[in-house]
Write a protein that binds this ligand. Structure first.
Ligand code: AGP
Length: 367
């Protein structure tokens, strides 16, 4: 059946709003309701014998992988590397026995990622694939196939595939943590409970749509935009910048908050909006001082945080977006929403072809 936009102006908008449903759908296939545990699809190798994970992807899928690296290290204490597929393949990576190579892709056909997969297979790695198209080349070549159930994604800018990838990767991280004896049953059930809260939190985030649409008029005139985040929110800064670049054609850069003072701060003036992605937490203070560095140079800040964060640092910002207070594990999924909506509405203000931005293809099948 042909996919329709329904009441939405663009596929991208429709796909943004589908996220609570498709993330719930994806999570359902990774969670065993009876005992609140994580369940992976069938595979026939010993997951607890894995000594290292090498994550390879491109674009938005790569940013999902960056968040996952953080989770694999944090929860499972599993050494994790990540690289762009186009770099990985040609740097002669060290691939030792016992390695799991993890590929993340919406389409399952991205040429660089597929070439990297085959290289890993030839070098004795066990192949895991997080993929949205179950009939794709990558899906067929996996030892461990981890499908996302986002449904067909039409907009060139990836949105719902990203949050579904994060949902699967969070479940995988928890499962690996259990297998490696780093997480007990009670902790696993706690993680599962937080994951199950995601759809409601995504809905709460989506309720800021009108507010973000209004805010987009403040960002649309900018020539450059800087996105800041730290820890597992740093990849969100990169993703925010990518989304804005691809559909609004505004130059944007994502930076690790603490790294800004080592260079990009030279760019800051009244004309450069700085989008800060920072849920409250142990490192929030550090981000607040980074915000002060921006403010001292006349920079205009849009702070995306929760009530606690906004109470502490919201004053004096150009704008703020309040996210629900969520467990750190699901924060990257929830904070993806305002980042997507902001790019979407800025593109609408600019009148670009949101679903088919210039020079881009949905799936990049050349190396
Ligand atoms: C994201 O909005 C992009 N259009 C692009 O970066 C995409 O994520 C990348 O090409 C990877 O595609 P894949 O997930 O299908 O492999």
């Amino acid at each position: 059946a042909e996919i329709e936009k329904g009441n939405y102006r663009h596929f991208m908008q429709k796909e943004i709003f589908e996220q609570p449903t498709v993330v719930a759908q994806t999570l359902r296939s990774y969670i065993r309701q009876v005992d609140q545990s994580v369940a992976l699809p069938q595979f026939d190798f010993d997951l607890s014998a894995i000594t290292r994970v090498t994550i390879v992807a491109c674009g938005t899928s790569y940013y999902a992988g960056m968040v996952a690296k953080y989770w694999f290290e944090q929860f499972a204490r599993l050494p994790a590397d990540i690289d762009f597929a186009s770099e990985f393949r040609y740097r002669n990576p060290v691939l030792e026995p016992g390695g799991l190579a993890l590929f993340i892709s919406q389409s399952g056909e991205t040429a660089d990622t597929l070439a990297a997969l085959r290289h890993c297979k030839d070098n004795g790695q066990t192949i895991a694939v997080v993929v949205n198209v179950p009939t794709s080349s990558m899906a067929r070549e996996a030892d461990l196939l981890l499908p996302t159930h986002a449904g067909p994604e039409i907009g060139v800018a990836s949105t719902k595939a990203f949050t579904c990838q994060l949902a699967v990767l969070a479940a995988l991280a928890a499962h690996l943590a259990v297998k490696r004896g780093r997480m007990d049953r009670a902790e696993e059930a706690d993680v599962v409970a937080h994951l199950l809260e995601t759809p409601a939190s995504l809905n709460a985030a989506l309720r800021h749509d009108d507010e973000i649409a209004a805010m987009a008029h403040l960002i649309a005139p900018a020539r450059d935009v800087l996105y800041l985040g730290r820890g597992q929110d740093y990849p969100l800064a990169l993703e925010g910048a990518l989304k804005l670049k691809e559909i609004s054609y505004i130059h944007a850069e994502g930076y690790a908050s603490g790294e800004m003072k080592h260079g990009p701060i030279a760019l800051i003036d009244e004309a450069v909006p700085v989008i800060v992605i920072a849920p409250s937490g142990p490192l929030f203070e550090k981000t607040v001082s980074n915000m002060q560095e921006v403010r001292a140079r006349g920079g205009k800040i849009v702070l995306i945080s929760d009530r606690e964060g906004l109470d502490e640092a919201g004053e004096g910002c150009l704008a703020t977006i309040e996210m629900p207070s969520v467990h750190p594990l699901i924060a990257p999924l929830v904070y993806a929403i305002p980042v997507q909506l902001l790019a979407y509405h800025v593109a609408c203000v600019k009148g670009t072809d949101v679903d088919q931005p210039r020079n881009l293809a949905k799936s990049v099948t050349v190396e």
